[in-house]
Design a protein around this ligand. Structure first.
Ligand code: S3P
Length: 180
């Protein structure tokens, strides 16, 4: 676990959960929100509701560039909509000034997961256009992780999820956030 944002930092601010696909952001984010008695918002789900299309469909209709613009616009609205727990899509911190905005306006919790667990959790890549049609998923996950690590590493707090149940991850996050 890296540096601990103190209680003053989390008060009144959103918490943004980031990490690679399959790191458990939605499951952990939802549980964390319960513990903090806050509303939970999965940004991919909200984007799908607003756009009346799945993420996979948006990659086709808007292209990845258009998806990233829509994702960024939604993230910025979400960050200024009160102290909720947000789960960001895996790529969100790695585009535009998204991560700077997350860091400035929320407490950013990074979930770290090893490649084996990511591959297990994403399976065939259903619903994940960056992996769905890829033959060598391990190579692609490793390539993307190497590119994204410098972004994920800037989270205020990073928690290991490999080999841990979601409830254990949440306990580790709460310990790191120093909440009462
Ligand atoms: C993406 C991750 C996905 C989704 C989209 C792109 C990425 O979210 O936003 O498929 O670039 O890593 P999850 O991390 O929730 O799977």
């Amino acid at each position: 676990m890296t540096s601990s944002p103190d209680i003053e930092r989390i008060k009144g601010r959103p918490v943004t959960v980031i990490g690679f696909m399959g790191s458990g952001k939605s499951t952990v984010g939802r549980l964390l929100a319960d513990k903090l008695q806050r509303e939970f918002v999965d940004l991919d789900e909200l984007l799908e509701q607003e756009q009346h299309a799945t993420v996979a469909e948006l990659f086709v209709t808007l292209g990845e560039d258009g998806f990233r613009r829509a994702e960024s616009e939604l993230l910025k609205r979400a960050l200024s909509a009160g102290p909720r727990v947000l789960a960001a899509g895996g790529g969100a911190p790695c585009f535009f000034d998204n991560l700077d905005q997350m860091l400035a306006q929320s407490v950013v919790v990074g979930l770290h997961t090893d490649v084996e667990q990511i591959l297990e959790r994403v399976g065939a890549g259903a619903g994940r256009p960056l992996l769905a049609g890829v033959q060598d998923k391990r190579a692609e996950v490793e390539r993307l992780l190497a590119k994204r690590a410098p972004f994920y590493e800037r989270a205020h707090l990073t928690v290991e999820t490999s080999g841990r149940a979601p409830s254990q991850v949440v306990t580790a996050i709460l310990g790191g956030l120093d909440t009462p």
